[in-house]
Design a protein around this ligand. Structure first.
Ligand SMILES: [Mg+2]
Length: 117
């Protein structure tokens, strides 16, 4: 199923483009930098939504979508570069994830918990 979804989106091309602004793979502590970067950028999204809850009464009309889009882009960059570091294809990761979720859906297991259900 993944291949049909992917023909219009080339995530591997995005991954290659992201690598143009990545540090060399053999830079000291690069893997740790990428993992912490991914967590940090995810945290930036959480922080923005914390302030949205605290200061804006969770009013969805007041979400700064452009700002969130920038942070989602930062997360995407770290996902792409971390995957490359581990010799993983972003296309394949995305296709496998969609296949996993479709399988769960077809078996009525989208809710609930457990990584390998
Ligand atoms: Mg950021």
């Amino acid at each position: 199923m993944g291949a049909a979804y992917w023909s219009a989106m080339d995530l591997d091309a995005y991954q290659r483009a992201a690598l143009r602004t990545a540090a060399p793979r053999d830079k000291r502590n690069e893997l740790l930098h990428l993992v912490l970067g991914l967590v940090g950028e995810s945290g930036e999204i959480a922080e923005k939504f914390k302030k949205w809850v605290r200061d804006l009464d969770s009013d969805e009309s007041r979400i700064d979508r452009a700002d969130i889009a920038k942070e989602l882009g930062d997360v995407l960059w770290y996902v792409a570069v971390l995957a490359d570091y581990l010799d993983l294809s972003l296309d394949e990761i995305a296709a496998a994830n969609l296949a996993k979720l479709a399988s769960r859906q077809s078996r009525g297991l989208l809710g609930g918990s457990g990584d390998n259900r």
